[in-house]
Design a protein around this ligand. Structure first.
Ligand code: CP
Length: 305
């Protein structure tokens, strides 16, 4: 049984906890597919979505998840709130707590912000992405998509290509996948690989072929365009040629390999359009997995209260 107040990262998530979330998410995903969108597990509860950064998928899927579970949802865009008048995160948290919010879903540009909020409030806190640190529900939805395809995560070779240094998705996937017994290999320009990631269990590859060879899962990560201006790599064209995945590169992976990307995708940079729209691309399915995983996380945290 998940016995946590908050879901802040996968760095300390056990195999049993991840399995429990994925099992329930799989059930929710099947129920959504059958058209069931009105459940009552969070009746009378309030979920506030507090985003200090832009989002399409994570914000809407958390809101959808809370609504499907019967909760009331409140959306706060930091730029339109008293944050713009200088209110601190701690004071914003205290205000939301005083209003008896049950859960706060936070995205913040500063790594660690959800941990600070969680220490401040009685509400359960869910990390929807904090700086370059973690994005736990993204990794859980990626793992759900993989597990549904292959039946198990154990022994899978997952190749992650892209801006690993600035990616919270890469780190949460590394923590979760290693715990579940998968192999994680990474390939990127050296300027986009964080120091010490190999000490955390990632295998760093010297070529795209080495990374993709025999992979079960090919995961592209978004190149943050400002990185090119900062000199992390020479040009988007060169990045795409050397580190991007096209159909020829995909052929190095196993014949049944799947393609994932957390989105938003830079078409033609991390992945070509042919790969994004390939029959083996599960990028759209990841989005539905996202709603289901966020439902499971909210329900299990609520059960633990
Ligand atoms: N994958 C992800 O976090 O997407 P958004 O930024 O659109 O939420």
């Amino acid at each position: 049984m998940l016995k946590r107040k908050d879901l802040l990262g996968l760095i300390d998530a056990s195999k049993d906890e991840i399995t429990e979330i994925l099992d329930l998410a799989e059930e929710f995903k099947n129920r959504i597919k059958r058209g069931e969108k009105k459940m009552s597990y969070l009746d009378g509860k309030t979920v506030t979505v507090l985003f200090y950064e832009n989002s399409t998928r994570t914000r809407t899927s958390f809101e959808q998840a809370a609504k499907y579970l019967g909760a009331t949802t409140i959306n706060i865009v930091a730029g339109n709130s008293s944050v713009a008048k200088g209110e601190t995160l701690v004071d914003t948290g205290k205000t939301l707590d005083a209003q008896r919010n049950d859960f706060i879903v936070i995205r913040h540009p500063m790594g660690g912000a959800p941990y600070l909020l969680a220490k401040t409030v009685k509400a359960g806190v869910l990390n929807a992405g904090d700086g370059m640190n973690e994005h736990p529900t993204q990794a859980l939805l990626d793992m759900l998509t993989m597990r549904e395809t292959f039946g198990s995560l154990k022994g899978l070779k997952v190749a992650i290509l892209g801006d690993i240094k600035h990616s919270r998705v890469a780190k949460s996937n590394l923590f979760g996948l290693k715990t579940m017994g998968a192999e994680v290999v990474m390939y990127a320009p050296e300027t986009l690989i964080p120091k010490g990631i190999d000490q955390l269990g990632a295998k760093l590859c010297k070529s795209k072929k080495e990374a993709l060879d025999g992979a079960d899962v090919v995961m592209g990560l978004r190149i943050q365009l400002e990185r090119q201006q900062a000199g992390a790599f020479p040009s988007l064209g060169e990045y795409a040629a050397n580190y991007g995945v096209d159909e020829a590169a995909l052929a190095y992976a196993k014949p049944k390999a799947i393609v994932l990307h957390p989105g938003p995708v830079n078409r033609g940079v991390e992945l070509t359009s042919g790969v994004i729209d390939h029959e083996r691309s599960h990028i759209e399915d990841q989005v539905l997995s996202g709603v289901a995983v966020r439902m499971a996380a909210l329900k299990l945290l609520n059960d633990a209260r």
